[in-house]
Design a protein around this ligand. Structure first.
Ligand code: NAP
Length: 414
């Protein structure tokens, strides 16, 4: 009997496996795809066409993704009666790599946010956002081409853990009483209270992921962004545990910024990654004034949330910003924008965010040749000024294309 209630996996597909702590991808991997709500289905169709074309071309037809359509959000309600069916969660767990369009969280379904629920259930602790510039995209920055960072934001801890008590409730009063009476804290009456847990385990695993990414992708530095000058035992500890981890596990590949100057006169030995840290406020300045000094960035949850969107703004906004939520092995790749319901079914919106997320997915699978084909073809299409409405309205002399036609232009540029 099938382990799924309603899904039937494609018959010719194969399983991605975990071997020696790495994912091992067969030639015909089954990849769950969640089209999502609103504009989701139309941008997903474009993304699939682009990925299929790139994979076929890059590997001469030897490799092919076996897409397995799964449901979540509003689309799942009709079929399963829940926005988050077990089928979908099981499929992502089993097949390891998956991609999703944006989702509507139905009101009153008992779930605050579907995206957060996916992260928690599947323990996808790293929110990964590469931010780089594509020539021709309108940007508010004078030298956006200097921005090329990959942000690893911790996804499960910090004030986002959801431990929060409303002012005046019994819970808030009890927490306040304990802190005031037992620990001598000074907290006004009638305060809302939120807790900010940051653990050694959570900090080390996100910094480990960022460093491993830097090694695998030949990046030159990892910067831990934190507010440890003020929040010493949470954000400061994040930084300290990060340095500790680097010494414990990456001594061969990583040197600290102090060592860079003390031992190497400011010149990192070839192939060595420099681990540094920056206070969050300074980082926000520097990402604008000296973006080329930053490469991979590891950060706790809240600061990472702000930095991801601020960095995306430097290169022209969220329209072309890809993202992924990644656990030890499972990777769920996604568009970073929402369902834009007013454009649903109009073949208008920019599928670029989801297409670039599929590029991240292909890189994660180490199908780099296909990933490069898409990136180059997308760049060429933008340079030809063939773009969707959102970019066309900001570019002089551009040709406005529908979502599908934009995808076709990318394919013809491969
Ligand atoms: P949104 O769907 O991201 O849309 C806001 C605006 O951003 C759109 O009106 C449009 O601006 C622009 N936009 C978004 N995607 C675009 C694309 N692909 N191409 C071109 N322009 C695009 O945000 P929202 O209206 O705040 O949220 C709508 C729903 O999405 C909500 O139910 C929310 O919960 C959900 N949501 C889901 C996710 C997710 O699943 N990851 C993330 C965020 C929000 P213009 O009208 O100015 O052209």
């Amino acid at each position: 009997m099938s382990e799924f209630e309603k899904l039937s996996p494609p018959s010719g597909g194969e399983l991605i496996q975990i071997k020696r702590k790495r994912i091992s991808v067969p030639d015909k991997p089954i990849i769950p795809v969640i089209p999502g709500d609103g504009i989701g289905p139309e941008i997903t169709a474009v993304m699939r066409a682009v990925v299929d074309a790139a994979v076929a071309k890059a590997f001469d037809g030897r490799r092919q993704i076996q897409w397995m359509e799964c449901l979540a959000g509003e689309a799942a309600m009709a079929s399963y009666g829940t926005p988050m069916p077990d089928d979908t969660v099981k499929a992502i767990q089993k097949y390891v790599v998956a991609i999703k369009g944006p989702l509507t969280t139905p009101v009153g379904g008992g779930i605050r946010s579907l995206n957060v629920a996916f992260r928690q259930i599947l323990d996808l602790y790293a929110c990964v956002r590469p931010v780089r510039y594509y020539r021709g995209v309108p940007s508010p920055h004078r030298r956006p081409q200097k921005v090329n960072v990959v942000i690893f934001r911790e996804n499960t801890e910090d004030v986002y853990a959801g431990i929060e008590y409303k002012a005046g409730t019994d819970e808030a009063n009890r927490v306040r009483d304990f802190l005031v009476n037992e620990l001598g804290a000074n907290i006004r009456e009638f305060s809302g209270i939120g807790i900010k847990p940051i653990s050694e385990f959570g900090s080390k695993r996100i910094v480990r992921k960022a460093i491993q990414y830097a090694i695998d992708n030949k990046r030159s530095s990892v910067t831990m962004m934190h507010k440890g000058n003020i929040m010493k035992f949470t954000e400061g500890a994040f930084r300290d545990w990060g340095y500790e981890l680097a010494k414990e596990e990456f001594a061969k590949d990583v040197i600290s910024e102090d060592e860079l100057w003390e031992k190497y006169n400011g010149q990192a030995p070839r192939g060595m990654i420099v681990l540094k840290d920056r206070i969050a406020d300074s980082m926000f300045q520097q990402i604008q004034t000296r973006p080329d000094e930053y490469d991979v960035i590891a950060t706790p949850n809240l600061n990472g949330d702000f930095l991801s969107d601020a960095a995306a703004a430097l290169v022209g906004g969220l329209g072309l910003a890809p993202g992924a939520n990644i656990g030890d092995f499972v990777g769920l790749f996604e568009a970073t924008h929402g369902t834009a319901p007013k454009y649903a079914g109009k073949n208008m919106v920019n599928p670029g965010s989801l297409i670039l997320s599929s590029v991240m997915m292909l890189e994660y699978m180490r199908w780099n040749r296909a990933a490069r084909l898409i990136t180059k073809a997308l760049q060429a299409t933008i340079r030809q000024k063939k773009v969707t409405y959102d970019l066309e309205r900001q570019m002089k002399g551009a040709t406005k294309l529908g979502s599908k036609e934009f995808g076709e232009a990318i394919i013809s540029n491969m």
